[in-house]
Design a protein around this ligand. Structure first.
Ligand SMILES: Nc1ncnc2c1ncn2[C@@H]1O[C@H](COP(=O)(O)OP(=O)(O)OP(=O)(O)O)[C@@H](O)[C@H]1O
Ligand SMILES: [Mg+2]
Length: 174
């Protein structure tokens, strides 16, 4: 087990548009944890393995992303933000939060972000089928996987408080 000298490692995952980056960035403002946005890590290091013609986006090179982050994750104190979760080493995370958003709210968020057609439909379907929640439950111990609803600013604030109090508890007991 890694030493986690800098605190716990937290994974924030969920369908695109459920509010991962909003929550993760605010958590980092209100705690000493360090924000790790996997999309940004891939972009900065040019850690891609090709172009996805269906979704018209870069495909990240998962192995190189893991190599890039291994040392930092070993030190602990990171909040990782990504819309998939099964390729990370299980040992990296002390807790996993899966953000959930009602279909109609998610649809509007993604549409106002400019998503259309298959990309819009597939992302909403992903949320309807709880794909990321199941992926998380298949990839991590059930007791460390928690669903958080993220439909409204009030729920965002509740989620911030829940995660911050979990961090305080972790620090007090480690
Ligand atoms: N709890 C919430 N209530 C209302 N609006 C929210 C909430 N959380 C996020 N939003 C809004 O929803 C949009 C999507 O949020 P955000 O970019 O954080 O999602 P994401 O999960 O990081 O998406 P992606 O996977 O594509 O990066 C933003 O406009 C954000 O302001
Ligand atoms: Mg994001």
């Amino acid at each position: 087990m890694a030493a986690r000298a800098h605190g716990p490692n937290i994974l924030i995952t969920g369908t695109p548009g459920t509010g991962k980056s909003t929550l993760a960035a605010e958590l980092c403002q209100r705690s000493t944890l360090n924000y790790v946005n996997i999309g940004e890590v891939a972009k900065q290091g040019d850690l891609y393995e090709g172009w996805d013609h269906i979704y018209e986006c870069q495909m990240i090179d998962e192995d190189r992303v893991i190599d890039e982050l291994e040392e930092k994750m070993g030190q602990g104190g990171n909040i990782v933000d990504y819309h998939s979760c099964e390729f990370f080493p299980e040992r990296w995370f002390d807790i996993v939060f899966v953000l959930r958003t009602d279909n109609s709210i998610l649809y509007d968020r993604l549409e106002s972000r400019g998503y259309t057609g298959k990309k819009l439909e597939d992302n909403v379907q992903c949320e309807i089928f709880q794909t990321i929640l199941e992926e998380a439950r298949d990839s991590y111990k059930e007791e460390i996987v928690h669903e958080l609803f993220s439909n409204t600013p009030e729920e965002l604030e509740d989620n911030l408080e829940k995660v911050l109090s979990w961090i305080e508890h972790w620090k007090a007991t480690h």
